[in-house]
Design a protein around this ligand. Structure first.
Ligand code: FES
Length: 267
């Protein structure tokens, strides 16, 4: 077996023997995640333009509070503190956000891109001690399994949103009819990509395969385990595609609601 010499001890920050473009991937990760964080924060603070016709932005789903017609618990209560923005997104985004922040893939990616811990494999890092995820605060990353339960629940909400995105109202607003618009396809693509990301979760694989001694004795469980494994093999790809799809789905609904983009009806 071939081997390489990896002198880690005593190296300065950024010091490495590598000659490849090792810094490209952390840089792209930094730019991609920064773009998402800035956009998602801005969109979540708006509190408006999140609904257009039968479309609801995924950043605002489920809509817990908001307009009296659509929100689960109706309009915003009078006692709502004026210094907290009235945005339904702020009430729910902690769940999908927590799911991503604690994801095994993203942890590896943002530890490198944002904390340079290390910047890349066999590249000198700015710290001398390594405490890993066994002590506070990173031990909290183990909460990922519980965020997975919430993420699975959110997929049902988005499926329900997609169903509603298939029903358009006539000019009177009284009669709904079946149809498909570009917005329907945008929401459908987002649901597929979020599903591919969620069903490839490492914790889901552990959940399915972790509580039996011999997986092969349970064909259904074995099939589910293999299925999750298929998604898991491309987890990084699903993670990025779903990150951008959820951002684009919000942008699409927002642009249509603001009258900047026109939603085309396909039939
Ligand atoms: Fe990435 Fe669970 S490990 S979503």
């Amino acid at each position: 077996m071939s081997s390489i010499d990896v002198p880690l001890h005593g190296s300065r920050f950024g010091q490495t023997s590598r000659r490849d473009l090792w810094w490209v991937q952390p840089l792209l990760t930094f730019l991609g995640l920064s773009l998402f964080i800035v956009y998602a924060t801005w969109a979540a603070l708006q509190g408006n333009h999140y609904r257009y016709g039968p479309y609801l932005s995924p950043f605002y789903s489920p809509q817990v509070l908001g307009d009296a017609t659509h929100a689960w618990f109706g309009a915003w209560p009078r006692w709502w503190p004026s210094w907290i923005p009235m945005s339904a997104a702020l009430l729910i985004l902690w769940a999908p956000g927590g799911f991503r922040v604690t994801c095994y893939y993203y942890r590896g990616a943002y530890y490198k891109a944002f904390w340079a811990d290390p910047p890349s494999c066999t590249v000198g890092e700015p710290r001398k001690i390594y405490r890993g995820e066994r002590s506070f605060p990173l031990i909290l990353q183990n909460i990922h399994r519980y965020f997975l339960y919430l993420a699975l629940l959110f997929l049902f909400f988005l499926l329900h949103d997609l169903w509603r995105a298939l029903w358009f109202f006539d000019a009177s607003g009284l009669h709904a009819y079946f149809g498909i618009g570009v917005g329907t396809l945008v929401l459908a693509a987002n649901l597929v990509l979020l599903g591919g990301y969620t069903f490839g979760c490492h914790s889901l694989r552990h959940l399915i395969g972790g509580c039996v001694d011999q997986l092969s004795k349970s064909p259904a469980r074995q099939a589910a385990y293999n299925c999750v494994g298929c998604f898991n093999r491309r987890h990084m790809l699903w993670a990025w595609m779903s990150l951008f799809s959820v951002m684009f789905a919000d942008l699409y609904v927002r642009m249509c609601a603001m009258g900047i983009w026109t939603d085309r009806r396909l039939f």
